[in-house]
Design a binder for this molecule. Structure first.
Ligand code: GLN
Length: 237
């Protein structure tokens, strides 16, 4: 059976709210199904292999985003080419912002993005914080948000979801995240995939499909995850 390869971007630098958990969730959901998987950490200066099936990136402080910015943008042509080729990507908060065109921090520092996503982000003086869950076409996402960056969708960029209670991209236009081909950006930490099993499996399904493997994933007993999601989604903001 094909081994799925997951690239974990900047595991040391971009994990301020435990988004590494998303790597653990996808790896475990493959292992439970006795499917082969490898995780490739991609830190500053490390090679990003071209045979990657899923790219995962987590949250980071403005300063850290600046620190990795040059390394990240050096990878922009490869990341854009991978996105065009249907590689699955899930970028959380800081990584989401850096997959956009640029992130202008509160202090006016402009961090160039990879240009994979048609979004741009401007830092604000307030932080958008709180428990948040949204309904997407591929299942509920349950987590929390904590960001000062306000992200705007550009051109015909498609939001991942519409907000009901939380702030989402910017607290104004009721959009949360963005989706482009197999690339997903969201502000939801959690780690978000821990309580969003259907969405986690959608990422895996797409990665296998890109490899020409379309047999359905064996169902897993997600009762615990679903119960946890319901409790978390019911928590006050
Ligand atoms: N530093 C960015 C912001 O505050 C991203 C924060 C994060 O990754 N949680 O908007």
């Amino acid at each position: 059976m094909t081994e799925l390869r997951i690239a974990h971007m900047y595991p040391q630098e971009m994990n301020i709210y435990g988004d590494t958990g998303n790597v653990l969730v996808l790896r475990r959901r493959l292992q439970w199904r006795e499917l082969a998987v490898s995780v490739v950490p991609v830190g500053l200066g490390d090679e990003l292999p071209n045979d990657i099936d899923i790219v995962l990136g987590g949250g980071g402080q403005d300063a850290t985003q600046g620190d990795i910015g040059r390394d990240f943008v050096r990878r922009a042509p490869q990341l854009r080419s991978m996105a065009d080729d249907g590689v699955v990507m899930l970028a959380i908060c800081g990584a989401y912002q850096l997959l956009g065109r640029e992130f202008r921090t509160q202090t006016g520092r402009v961090i160039q993005g990879a240009g994979v996503l048609d979004v741009e982000t401007v830092g604000s003086s307030t932080r958008l914080i709180g428990n948040h869950s949204v309904e997407t076409k591929w299942g509920r996402l349950v987590g929390y948000e904590n960001h000062s960056g306000l992200t705007r969708l550009l051109d015909d960029a498609e939001p991942l979801a519409r907000t009901v209670s939380g702030c989402g991209n910017n607290g104004e236009d009721s959009t949360e995240g963005v989706v482009r081909d197999n690339v997903f950006g969201t502000y939801l930490h959690g780690p978000v995939l821990a309580k969003s099993p259907a969405f986690a499996d959608e990422l895996l399904r797409r990665a296998f499909e890109r490899r020409g493997i379309t047999e359905p994933l064996a169902p897993l007993g997600d009762e615990l995850e679903s119960r946890a999601a319901t409790v978390a989604a019911g928590r006050p903001r």
